[in-house]
Design a protein around this ligand. Structure first.
Ligand SMILES: Nc1ncnc2c1ncn2[C@@H]1O[C@H](COP(=O)(O)OP(=O)(O)OP(=O)(O)O)[C@@H](O)[C@H]1O
Length: 205
C-alpha cells in the first residue's frame, strides 16, 4: 500500500495555510507532522482523511497498483473524540465497529489494550479526559483500517498510556499499517518520516 501527496495546498476561511507539500508513505511507515500552532497540521490531516477538500494538489492511495479511496481505508482520530456522551463506552465502540466494518478486536479486548477493563457500561461522558482519549484510541483496534490518521493522539494521556499507545502504533506498523500523526509530543516511534509544516507556509514558498 502506498500513499502519495503531490504539490498539496490547504486553505481555511479563504486563506492559504500551506502550499507545495509532497510526501510518500508505504506500508509499515509512519509520518510525523510537526510545526507551530496554526501552521496547518490539523488542516492537512483533515484533507488527507477526505474531510476537507485540498485547495490544490493530489492525494492518492494505492494497493498493488489499484487506487483506493483514503476515506474508506483510514481511521481518523481528531482533537475531538467523536463519541456520544450519553451512550455507554460499549455502545459507542459498537457503533464505530459497525460503521467502519472489518472487525478486528472485540470491545473487551480493545479496552484491555488501553487498560480500561470494566468500564464498558459507563456513559462516555462520565469518563476523565485521559480515559475518554483512551476509549477513542480503542476505536482504532475494533476495526481494521490500514491507515491511522491521528491528531495529537496522546494529548491528556499519562505516561503509561503514552507508552501503551506507542506499542500499539509499533504493532500496527509491524503488521504493515501506516500512520500519519500530528504532534508536539514525541510519540516513541524510532523509524519514521517527519514533515515540518513551517517549510510549507505561504511565506516560505
Ligand atoms: N474553520 C476555520 N475557518 C477559518 N480558519 C480556520 C478554521 N479552522 C482553522 N483555521 C485556521 O487555519 C490555520 C491552521 O489551523 P490548524 O488547526 O490546521 O493548525 P495546527 O497546526 O493544527 O495548529 P495547533 O498546533 O494549534 O493544533 C489557523 O490559522 C487557523 O486559525
Amino acid at each position: 500500500m502506498r500513499l502519495e501527496a503531490e504539490n498539496l495546498a490547504g486553505e481555511r476561511g479563504g486563506e492559504t495555510v500551506f502550499a507545495g507539500l509532497d510526501f510518500t508513505l508505504s506500508s509499515g511507515e509512519a509520518l510525523v507532522i510537526t510545526g507551530p500552532n496554526g501552521s496547518g497540521k490539523s488542516t492537512l490531516l483533515r484533507i488527507i482523511a477526505g474531510l476537507l477538500p485540498a485547495e490544490s494538489g493530489r492525494i492518492a492511495l494505492s494497493h498493488e497498483g489499484s487506487p483506493l479511496p483514503v476515506r474508506a481505508a483510514c481511521h481518523y482520530l481528531g482533537h475531538q473524540n467523536a463519541m456520544k456522551p450519553a451512550l455507554s463506552v460499549r455502545e459507542n465502540l459498537a457503533f464505530w465497529q459497525k460503521f467502519h466494518g472489518a472487525p478486528l478486536l472485540d470491545i473487551d479486548a480493545a479496552l484491555d489494550v488501553v487498560n480500561l477493563p470494566g468500564i464498558d457500561h459507563l456513559p462516555f461522558g462520565y469518563l476523565s479526559t485521559g480515559q475518554k482519549r483512551r476509549v477513542s484510541i480503542a476505536k482504532l483496534l475494533v476495526s481494521h483500517r490500514p491507515l491511522w490518521i491521528v491528531d495529537e493522539p496522546t494529548a491528556g494521556l499519562d505516561r503509561a498510556s503514552e507508552e501503551r499507545f506507542a506499542q500499539m502504533m509499533r504493532d500496527h506498523l509491524r503488521d504493515g499499517g501506516m500512520i500519519i500523526a500530528a504532534t508536539h509530543i514525541p510519540l516513541g516511534l524510532e523509524a519514521m518520516k517527519t514533515l515540518d509544516m513551517s517549510a510549507y507556509s505561504p511565506e516560505a514558498a
